[in-house]
Design a protein. Structure first.
Ligand SMILES: *Cc1c(COP(=O)(O)O)cnc(C)c1O
Length: 394
């Protein structure tokens, strides 16, 4: 076959990438619900365990359905290799723990998903790993935080919930000069709108729970990067600690990938239409969406992203105004999840970011008036009507 899948356009990769049909010639990807594998001979079993013969040995290590998902996502990302995990958080923990040991140091951007923050500030230090949290927007702060024992930097861009960006190229240059690997949580950008590996990242992590499933069904995650790095840093950790994605969930994710490009482009298009409503509505004090010209880091968004994503943050001034608006919605659901086909909205300071100490919350600018809207696949006109009515009551 002359076709090289790595040369396909993203839409083709998402539908055909990694497809590995069984002898039955099924059209859709097969779901291999199996724990183990059998061998034609004792010699073959020995060879597989030695790594001298290809093939599967146990589903904690690898599974054919998971392999299809991993290959499809790796093709899309432009990564040499991908390993799937049971959730986004297992991917983040694996990505960091696999790179460090006691005595090492990690630097992270301060705006991050609550559980990522816990791993950085609470979990890594328990194992003797020092961590420093910096204002991710400030390139000089990253430079100043580097130490001789800095092994990894971790960042999210755009970050949850106020969509702060980090200059990926600049921070990757600083990290590499200090001998550190760069781990990027690319959930908010999606693999459609940002390619961290091309901007200098070494490892990209996803919560596949979000846009990759995209329909609110199953949890999953992924770690992507160079083959040699994944082998060296993560292979044994995965084998012996078992952060394994269920094959069923991998199958759901494979089908999710087929429509990823269509969904997130439509969602981003709707998000941009909603920005016009937010810009004009008197109850909206400020709103953040990386693709809107009013976004504080709009120029950086244009340099490192190809679309604004599917999340908008709005400041309605006070907690009362925010709660009044949320309670008046009739279509959009109140939920702390995001990246579903259904539009979802949350009040971060009383839910997802409740555990962040108040002074840190305020340093992030996350006051009680902010709500985070995850734009779904409903018609923009219906969402505009729902939001406009709710904002009138804010
Ligand atoms: C949801 C999320 C995670 C965690 O993913 P789970 O699949 O829920 O474990 C990590 N990072 C970001 C940015 C997220 O939005």
């Amino acid at each position: 076959m002359a076709e090289d899948p790595s040369q396909w356009r993203p839409e083709t990769k998402l539908v055909r990438g990694g497809l590995d049909r069984s002898a039955h010639g099924e059209t859709a990807e097969a779901l291999y619900l199996t724990q183990g594998y059998v061998y034609a001979s004792a010699e073959l079993a020995e060879a597989r365990f030695k790594g001298e013969a290809p093939g599967f040995v146990y589903s904690r290590y690898a599974n054919p359905t998971n392999r299809m998902f991993e290959e499809r996502l790796a093709l899309l990302e432009g990564a040499e290799a991908c390993r799937s995990t049971a959730s986004g958080m297992s991917a983040v923990q694996l990505a960091l723990m696999g790179l460090v040991r006691a005595g090492d140091h990690v630097v992270a951007g301060r705006a991050m998903f609550g559980s990522c923050r816990w791993i950085i500030t609470q979990w890594l230090p328990r194992f003797g790993v020092e961590t420093t949290v910096v204002d991710g927007r400030d390139v000089e702060a990253w430079r100043a935080a580097m130490r001789p024992n800095t092994r990894a930097v971790f960042l999210e861009s755009p970050a949850n919930p106020l969509l702060e960006l980090v200059d990926l190229k600049a921070v990757a240059g600083i990290a590499h000069a200090a001998g550190a690997k760069v781990v990027v949580d690319n959930v908010f950008a999606t693999p459609i709108f940002q390619k961290p590996l091309e901007l200098g990242a070494d490892v990209v992590v996803y919560s596949a729970t979000k846009h990759i499933d995209g329909q609110g069904r199953v949890l999953g995650g992924a770690v992507l990067g160079a083959q040699a790095l994944l082998e060296e840093a993560y292979r044994d950790v995965i084998r012996h600690t078992g952060p394994t994605l269920s094959a069923f969930n991998a199958w759901v994710m494979l089908k999710g990938l087929e429509t990823l490009d269509l969904r997130v482009r439509r969602q981003a298009e709707t998000a941009l239409k909603l920005c016009a409503l937010f810009a004009a509505h008197p109850k909206v004090k400020r709103f953040y969406y990386p693709w809107d010209p009013s976004f504080p880091q709009h120029e950086l968004a244009g340099r490192q992203m190809t679309g604004g994503g599917t999340v908008i943050a709005l400041d309605l001034g006070t907690k009362d105004a925010a709660f009044n608006a949320l309670n008046a919605l009739e279509i959009i659901d109140l939920s702390n999840n995001l990246a579903d086909a259904k539009s979802l909205i949350t009040h971060p300071s009383t839910t997802t970011h409740r555990a962040v100490p108040e002074e840190e919350r305020l340093a992030l600018g996350l006051t009680d008036g902010w709500v985070r809207l995850s734009v779904g696949l409903e018609a923009a006109e219906d969402l505009e009507r729902d939001l406009s009515r709710a904002l009138d009551r804010a």
